[in-house]
Design a protein. Structure first.
Length: 152
């Protein structure tokens, strides 16, 4: 049996698909529909509709909590890659880097071979004896440069 979070996620994804990649929902209405608390809706959106997974979320407070969710256009890889580059920040953990890379592969933005090379180049073992903070900074720089090279 699927858990409520999975059901809500699938429902939202179906809505996004039907609305050509962009939806506007009200947190309270969705919570009423699923007979759950609005924080359950927040949890699903915060964990399942992230930039790493290819979504852009705008949230407005008040009046029931209006939320706009936009799926990033994978049909234009350069736009999607620029979105990823801009969302990386100055440092990134190995785990988060791998999430980005897997998402890029699943959406056919990069090949399996490119994914393996990116994972190898951003692996903690490769970054050697640097402190964790420095590894995360260097990893972000490496990953950004690899993604930029795919655009040029």
């Amino acid at each position: 049996m699927a858990i409520l979070s999975d059901i809500i996620e699938e429902f939202i994804k179906k809505m996004i698909e039907e609305m050509d990649g962009v939806i506007e929902i009200q947190r309270n209405e969705l919570a009423d529909y699923f007979k759950c608390v609005p924080s359950q809706i927040n949890y699903v959106i915060d964990t399942r509709f992230t930039s790493e997974r290819g979504y852009y979320v705008e949230s407005r407070r008040g009046g029931g909590g209006h939320i706009k969710i936009k799926r990033i256009n994978f049909k234009e890889p350069s736009s999607y890659l620029m979105h990823i580059i801009n969302s990386l920040g100055d440092s990134i953990t190995q785990q988060l880097a791998e999430i980005f890379i897997v998402n890029l592969t699943e959406n056919n933005v990069i090949s399996q071979r490119e994914a393996l090379i990116m994972k190898a180049a951003t692996n903690d073992k490769v970054l050697g004896s640097l402190t964790k903070a420095n590894k995360d900074k260097v990893r972000a720089t490496i990953l950004k440069n690899m993604l930029i090279s795919l655009i040029v």
